[in-house]
Design a protein around this ligand. Structure first.
Ligand code: 4UU
Length: 561
């Protein structure tokens, strides 16, 4: 319910009880039964924590802790100290799980990177994060080699640990996670008191504008988020729920909701390297998965699938969609596809550690139309809805501002971008336009930041624009997202100005060539799948800012809805 402490601000509060907020490392918080004090109830150390969805290997909670303490000794032996940054690069795996907990136990800040990154993208994150040790999937070694000339720091072989159980014959110079596990168990670094405000993870996000920046997410941010989820959504039940683990753990949605939250509740995660239809269906059937976290394009994949009827998916109880808007019709069709499943939404940001809104499955199930919303404000958060510099109330559109203990410490080494994102008073400007109804359900209705999302992944237009300007035949560029309803995702499209006047045929040829040129230099999700259009000029404001609204009008003129 809104309350007005001043004539300007209309502050919305969470309807849920406020949880206790601990000051401890996220590792001590998650495994209180074994390593420390936490508000969480003790759990059986024998409970499975992570299960390899491909080969069935199981890490129990005891294995996770024992492995983390051994890895802590191992990474200390390599010279890594508390506060150093480790970059963690690979698709989801049990070794990835081992590595992140090992780094936490050693007191390192973990910067997880997208498994699809190109050499220039990984070089940016390695350099910018200040990482001094790398954990990488062996298959990515060639990309790292390609990135080496771009790196500010030399990484000798012992500073590049492979996310593998055994020595990799083609890369014998490198230690593996398996090697480090043979160390004696060491101690886990504590982050009590003010130390809880040390940076635990650093995902990369462009936020509302510009290039990808390191988001400093503290231990306190993460433990507050997990406490808020437990007090608000109460989704998962130990000993009952089994979680599908297909979202990338390197992205904050996967890391927060798919990797850490189940550990807080003692629910096993069935880990798959990435989303693929058949392995996901097989895992749901085989492991009797009850709870799946997905993104709208995966919902569409299931809807269009010929294979769904061939699997017993009756274990599934709840499916969460997040990271991008979910159409109401798609949600309704999904509910019919797998009867008895409750579809719900959650909304989050990298900068908010991540979840801001969701609700309990029972609330979604008993509230008609709620699946078209992202749920209610989680505890610990306050919200404002701001339109043209003025706070608005129930039923009115405006930009969502939120504050609370989960808002990031800031963008690494970037006080300017931090000050633009987190306003005095601690309000984080999300760049999303929302409407809240009288019962406190928030619908995301538009996005005012420049960010494009391809299947839930960030595509910062500024990054593609900077890259396009490096092409010898491109003198100016503007990039926007084109919504493709068949795939339930935006597709990045570039508008470019050519260095010379071209006829229509040569414009088309240049567009095709530029799209291919970009594709060779970026991660899969940043490809210009929406095409490249050659135009006479990029519309700009007097200050030289790209007028993306005008580019959107061009797109609409081309393909009327
Ligand atoms: C419409 O995508 C994320 C985090 C997503 C997330 C996390 C925990 C979803 C559910 C959850 O439980 O982070 P970023 O930083 O990559 O992108 C943030 C942006 C938002 O500003 C918004 O534009 O992603 C978009 N977004 C959504 N849009 C996120 N969730 C939603 C949603 N509906 N449910």
């Amino acid at each position: 319910s809104p309350s007005s402490p001043s004539p300007q601000a209309i502050i919305f509060e969470s309807p849920y009880p406020q949880p206790f907020l601990p000051n401890s490392s996220v590792f001590h918080y998650l495994f209180p039964d074994i390593v420390g004090a936490s508000p969480l109830p003790p759990l059986d150390p024998a409970l499975p924590a992570y299960i390899d969805g491909l080969d069935g290997r199981v890490l129990s909670r005891a294995d996770v802790v024992d492995g983390a303490l051994r890895l802590a000794t191992g990474v200390r032996g390599l010279g890594a100290k508390r506060g150093d940054v480790a970059l963690l690069w690979g698709l989801n795996s049990l070794e990835w799980a081992r590595a992140i907990y090992g780094c936490f136990a050693a007191g390192l800040t973990v910067s997880p990177a997208n498994g699809g990154y190109s050499a220039r993208e990984i070089a940016h994150q390695i350099n910018d994060s200040g990482a001094s040790i790398l954990f990488i999937c062996p298959t990515l070694l060639p990309v790292l080699e390609e990135a080496r000339p771009l790196l500010k720091r030399a990484f000798p072989a012992e500073r590049v640990v492979l996310l593998a159980r055994e020595t990799v014959p083609a890369a014998r110079a490198h230690l593996t996670v398996g090697d480090l596990l043979t160390s004696e168990p060491g101690h886990a670094e504590r982050f009590d008191g003010v130390d809880a405000h040390s940076t635990a993870i650093m995902c990369y996000s462009s936020g509302t504008t510009g290039l990808a920046k390191g988001v400093e997410t503290t231990h306190h941010n993460l433990t507050s988020e997990l406490q808020a989820l437990n007090a608000g959504s109460r989704q998962l039940v130990s000993g009952v729920d089994v979680i599908l683990g297909v979202l990338p753990f390197s992205h904050i949605y996967g890391l927060g909701m798919n990797f850490l939250q189940p550990a807080a509740k003692g629910c096993p995660v069935v880990v798959l390297p990435r989303f693929n239809e058949i392995p996901a269906l097989e895992a749901i059937q085989k492991y009797k998965i009850t709870h799946a976290l997905i993104v709208p394009p995966i919902v569409v994949t299931f809807l269009n699938s010929k294979h769904v009827p061939n699997y017993d998916l009756s274990s599934l109880k709840t499916v969460v969609s997040g990271a991008a808007p979910l159409g109401g019709e798609i949600a309704a069709a999904f509910a019919k596809l797998i009867p008895g499943v409750v579809m719900l939404q959650a909304y989050g940001n990298t900068e908010t550690s991540p979840v801001v809104m969701t609700a309990h499955a029972d609330e979604f199930a008993s509230t008609p139309g709620s699946v078209a919303t992202c749920g209610k404000l989680l505890p610990t958060y306050q919200a404002r809805i701001v339109a043209e510099g003025r706070d608005v109330g129930v039923g009115e559109r405006g930009e969502l501002w939120v504050r609370g203990p989960t808002i990031m410490k800031g963008y690494l080494n970037n006080p300017g971008a931090t000050a633009a994102a987190v306003l005095p008073g601690g309000w984080y400007r999300t760049g999303d336009v929302v409407v809240v109804n009288a019962d406190g359900w928030y619908a995301v209705v538009d996005r005012v930041k420049e960010l494009i999302k391809y299947k839930g992944f960030q595509v910062p237009p500024a990054e593609l624009e900077a890259l396009l300007l490096q092409h010898p035949q491109v003198v100016d560029a503007g990039v926007i997202g084109i919504y493709d309803s068949a795939q339930a995702t935006e597709l990045p499209r570039a508008y470019v100005v050519a260095s010379e006047k071209l006829d229509a045929r040569r414009q088309a040829a240049l567009g095709k060539h530029v799209a291919e040129w970009v594709a060779a230099k970026v991660a899969n999700h940043k490809k210009l799948r929406g095409g490249v259009r050659v135009v006479d000029a990029i519309p700009k404001s007097a200050a030289g800012k790209i007028l993306r609204k005008e580019l959107r009008l061009l797109a609409e003129a081309e393909a009327p809805k």
